[in-house]
Design a protein around this ligand. Structure first.
Ligand code: SF4
Length: 332
């Protein structure tokens, strides 16, 4: 299987008045063609910074690439000029953001917003662009597309606005779609419809998806692989089945334990992960999860945890699985 995207040792920081914030600290992962890779973790773990780095959308300054590569179809995005990125964004790589109300232009009719990318990237007439905009709105199940194309975003419901965002992202049939919390602002029924829609479009267009979310239910439903991020690093990665049914990292275990269960009583308390993530102005020397981990050992505090492989492609960054650790030798 070929990879459409390869992220290698990516490091992204922000220069601030108080010092450097190391938001992404040496992450590596691949996105295979036509597959969905989910990036999960708590708020502030670096998921969205990763997504925006791939699109080269972070404001520079204060953000800057400290190291690594982002290879899209073999070419490093980091080295691309603004002009080259304008040709890639919305064409080869598209993004669906969390809140459609702040992402759509409230003063512009939705049809014009959908056609914008087409008219920029393709040499076609206004009438042809309009036809294709109506067509894509019908594909994302917006009723009366030829009428609604002339309406403004405030005339659409939250779910319908998210469909418009997906239509804008899909109109150029991108090879890679980055969906940053695409269903967070929606109720569960609409969320299910939007996820179904994304799956349908993925099958039709054969695109790859990077799904950024903190919702593990959405991950289980949508993704082939999962990257679990914490404090700017990937703590565990593997196929969705491995991450859910052969969980290794203490942080991933706690994330899964905090999911509500069907058999829960209304008096049962939801699990939460005690403590807060570390301050990335001064990242910890050893394991960033040390302060919150029930299984922490002395070695974890000041020494970077080793990466161990538990199944082909299932990697975990934790001292527990070192050959001399308590779980060492039980990796396979
Ligand atoms: Fe816990 Fe140590 Fe593993 Fe970190 S390296 S997750 S502190 S056991």
């Amino acid at each position: 299987m070929t990879n459409i995207l390869e992220v290698k040792n990516l490091q992204v920081s922000f220069k601030t008045f108080f010092g450097e914030v190391e938001a992404v600290r040496g992450i590596s992962f691949n996105v295979p063609s036509s597959q969905t890779v989910a990036i999960v973790g708590e708020s502030g773990c670096g998921k969205s910074v990763t997504a925006n780095s791939i699109m080269k959308l972070l404001p520079d300054p204060p953000a800057f690439y400290k190291g690594g590569e982002i290879l899209f179809q073999g070419e490093d995005i980091i080295k691309k000029t603004d002009k080259e990125m304008r040709a890639i964004r919305g064409n080869d790589i598209s993004m669906v953001f969390q809140d459609p109300m702040t992402s759509l232009n409230p003063t512009m009719k939705v049809g014009k917003q959908i056609m914008e990318g087409l008219l920029r990237h393709e040499n076609i007439s206004h009438d042809e662009a309009k036809k294709r905009a109506i067509n894509i709105l019908e594909m994302v199940s917006v009723p009366r597309a030829s009428t609604r194309i002339n309406q403004y975003p405030h005339e659409f419901s939250g779910g319908m606005r998210q469909r418009v965002m997906i239509a804008i992202a899909m109109i150029m049939k991108p090879k890679l779609l980055i969906a940053d919390e695409p269903t967070t602002a929606l109720d569960v029924t609409v969320q299910a419809q939007i996820l179904e829609l994304m799956k349908k479009l993925q099958n039709e267009f054969g695109m790859s998806i990077i799904l950024i979310t903190h919702d593990l239910g959405v991950v289980a439903d949508m993704s082939n692989r999962v990257e679990v991020m914490y404090a700017g690093q990937i703590m565990e990665e593997g196929s969705t089945n491995e991450i859910f049914y052969n969980t290794k990292h203490p942080y991933t275990k706690k994330l899964l334990a905090s999911l509500p269960k069907l058999e829960m009583d209304r008096n049962d308390k939801l699990h939460s992960i005690k403590g807060t993530p570390p301050d990335l102005y001064i990242p910890p020397k050893g394991c960033p999860f040390y302060e919150r981990c029930d299984q922490a050992m002395r070695v974890c505090k000041d020494n970077v945890p080793p990466i161990t492989e538990h199944d082909p492609g299932h990697l975990c960054r934790c001292w527990l699985y070192h050959e001399f650790g308590p779980e060492g030798g039980k990796n396979a």
